[in-house]
Write a protein that binds this ligand. Structure first.
Ligand code: GLC
Ligand code: GLC
Length: 643
């Protein structure tokens, strides 16, 4: 790194060159600076003012480092020594909305004892920043990255919460919503009012230009607006006359979410400042929202472009310099080939595993494990410094993001099969146990996604309505089965809070005009603490789900083998999934019956894979002889260790 660049920055920030923090900064720049420079050069190097832009970005980084609180700097040092801290059988995540789960940030603080009871070491709080009143896409339209939504609390309360969580061994994950701001963000207000500096922060273009992009774009929220653009007249009130010269604004999601234009390095610099501000507030993990969409280029689908990766790597390099303990979690709900590309130690160290999530539900619907087994075989390996975040549910719709090419190898037509899954899970398919709602059905493409709580999708809602004890039991088994898989799949298991007590769909959103148009609200219930209390009362649904899950969590936390990646295992039975961990402490074999009938795993097939030892099932405590066929009851999950 050019010494005079650094000297210039020190001078601009009025810092003495022998200052201890400055010295640490210079050292980190020596390690990561040229990588950062190369990344930014590949994005912005064609500009004449590139070096000035680079210095500006490095200044933002230095400022953030100098402002970083001492306790976080200590954490940085700890995690630099132990960079795989998140790869542990102790890790367990939970997701919650601040308002819906506990009313406010202080309410969340009061739930820390509950988080500990459940065993959480990682909490993802849904967006809690200032956002438009009414519809804000659940907070995914941010009006200020530096202000907490006043109805939830203050920035100081957020800082207090991060400290309290950390003192209790819990990391905080917050979203970095960096593809767009809300239309009420100061930058957007200025841009929409015509300020030329801020117009450059967004994509504002003529209808003719917008059409040229739209030709290749996928519609993400077709219910909200066709294509990816909203007319500028929506804000200015000047009536549009649909002339090709009318200005339009890029809004991939809702009209009130305005896409940022990273082609402009000032946007990168501004967002770098916001990102490091969040890191300095004590956030451990940033969930990188909607990563697929952040770079646009005419003539492409504007998803998963190479520059999107470069951009995230540049943010990552900044954080290595100014907030080294920070982790990035990728939210790419796209084709599995594309999901994998975000997962690298120098890009996103952890990533949602949307394929596992979707295929767990696929197997519950079909009772077949073929797609799941294939995915474990060919798509579960990632860099050893990275980890999957395995989940059965999150706040979003479920998209059937398996690969059509993989499916066709098994004789499955992807298009038809997605149709079947949507029919099945919306309860339109005969004998379906599920009660989900369609999300963003697109009549033009036949595409649809799915909403619904885990319990409703697993059959509990229907079984309770039918008063069918037998079906209630099966539904609870399904819920525990898929959670047992995410708890034994390596990586970080993530529980969508309310699922742990078997909460059902919440149809109340239909009465709220700000929510009625978005079926995802059916699976965003207000936590019912009276129901939560029932987890302590033996025999209740809440207790049956909760205690089953708690038992699995206890078992997981006692098995270091479960922190590692998995290998596929054939079971000789199309309804039984198998995978194994091969660990220094010995193997751990998982068998999972995805049907409501008893099944056998073949001893001969297991033997051929070297899995033939006297075992103990950690879940039941029973001894199991692997040299005989292994009997599994309906939806049984077994975690087998050498006895
Ligand atoms: C992410 C969020 C989703 C939101 C979208 C737009 O995908 O998970 O809830 O609608 O980004 O910010
Ligand atoms: C975002 C949205 C999700 C959508 C996906 C499309 O993740 O939240 O609804 O399915 O983008 O890639």
């Amino acid at each position: 790194m050019n010494a005079s660049t650094l000297a210039g920055i020190a001078q601009a920030l009025e810092i003495q060159p022998h200052h201890q923090d400055w010295h640490a900064f210079v050292q980190r720049v020596e390690t990561h600076g040229s990588h950062l420079h190369a990344l930014l050069f590949s994005l912005y190097g064609q500009r004449e003012d590139f070096e000035a832009q680079f210095t500006r970005i490095l200044t933002t980084t230095a400022r953030a480092w100098l402002e970083r609180p001492a306790d976080l700097k200590r954490l940085d040092a700890e995690r630099e020594i132990n960079p795989r801290w998140f790869q542990s059988e102790q890790m367990l995540g939970g997701i919650a909305y601040v308002d819906l789960f506990a009313g406010s940030l202080d309410g969340i603080r009061a739930k820390v004892p509950y988080f500990k009871e459940l065993g959480l070491t990682y909490v993802h709080l849904m967006p809690l920043f200032k956002c438009p009143e009414g519809n804000s896409d659940g907070g995914y339209a941010v009006s200020s990255y530096r202000e907490v939504n006043p109805s939830l609390g203050t920035l100081d309360q957020l800082r207090d919460l991060t400290r309290e969580l950390r003192a209790n061994g819990i990391s905080l994950c917050l979203d970095f919503i960096f593809n767009h701001t809300s239309d009420e963000h100061e930058w957007a207000r200025k841009a929409l009012a015509g300020d030329p500096e801020y117009r450059d922060f967004y994509y504002i273009m003529s209808r003719a230009e917008a059409d040229a992009y739209d030709r290749n774009l996928r519609e993400i929220f077709p219910d909200q607006h066709p294509g990816a653009f909203t007319p500028l007249s929506h804000w200015t009130g000047t009536p549009a006359n649909n002339a090709p010269s009318d200005p339009w604004v890029w809004t991939t999601f809702n009209s009130f979410q305005v896409d940022l234009r990273y082609e402009n390095p000032a946007v990168f610099d501004a967002m770098a400042g916001e990102m490091l501000f969040l890191a300095n507030a004590g956030v451990d993990v940033l969930r990188m929202d909607a990563v697929a969409f952040i770079w646009k280029q005419l003539g492409t689908i504007c998803e998963n472009l190479p520059e999107a990766h470069t951009l995230i790597q540049a943010f990552n390099a900044l954080s290595r310099i100014a907030a080294p303990s920070l982790l990035f979690k990728s939210e790419a709900i796209v084709h599995p080939n594309d999901v994998a590309k975000y997962i690298r130690p120098d890009e996103c160290q952890i990533s949602y595993n949307p394929l596992l999530m979707a295929l767990l539900r696929n197997s519950l619907a079909t009772r077949e494990v073929n797609l799941l087994a294939q995915a474990i075989q060919s798509r579960s390996k990632i860099h050893s410094d990275c980890a999957w975040v395995n989940y059965v549910r999150c706040h979003d719709d479920i998209g059937w993001t398996f690969s059509d090419e993989d499916a066709s190898l098994l004789g499955i037509n992807g298009y038809e099969h997605r149709r079947f899954l949507n029919q099945f899970y919306t309860g339109r398919f005969e004998n379906s146990f599920a009660r989900g709602l369609p999300f963003q059905e697109n009549p033009k493409t036949g595409d649809a996604r799915l909403s619904g709580m885990t319990a409703a999708l697993a059959g509990l809602e229907k079984a309770l309505a039918d008063g069918n004890e037998f079906e209630i039991d099966l539904a609870i088994r399904r819920i525990l089965l898929i959670h047992g898989i995410i708890l034994s799949f390596g990586g970080i298991p993530l529980i969508y809070l309310n699922d742990e007590i078997g909460a059902l769909n919440d149809y109340g959103f239909r009465e709220d005009p700000h929510k009625a148009g978005d079926s995802r609200w059916v699976h965003r219930p207000v936590a019912n603490w009276a129901d939560y209390d029932l987890r302590q009362t033996t025999g209740t649904i809440q207790s049956r789900v909760y205690s089953g899950l708690r038992h699995l969590i206890d078992m997981r936390k006692a098995q270091p083998a479960l922190a590692t990646g998995v290998e596929a295992v054939e079971t000789g039975n199309p309804h039984v999934l198998g995978y194994a961990h091969y660990h220094a402490t010995g193997p751990l074999l998982v068998l999972a019956n995805f049907s409501e009938r008893p099944q056998m795993a073949s001893a001969q097939t297991l033997h051929q894979q070297g899995l033939s030892w006297p075992a103990i099932d950690l879940i039941t405590g029973n001894r199991v002889a692997l040299h005989e066929d292994v009997a599994l009851s309906p939806y049984q999950l077994a975690w087998l260790r050498p006895a």
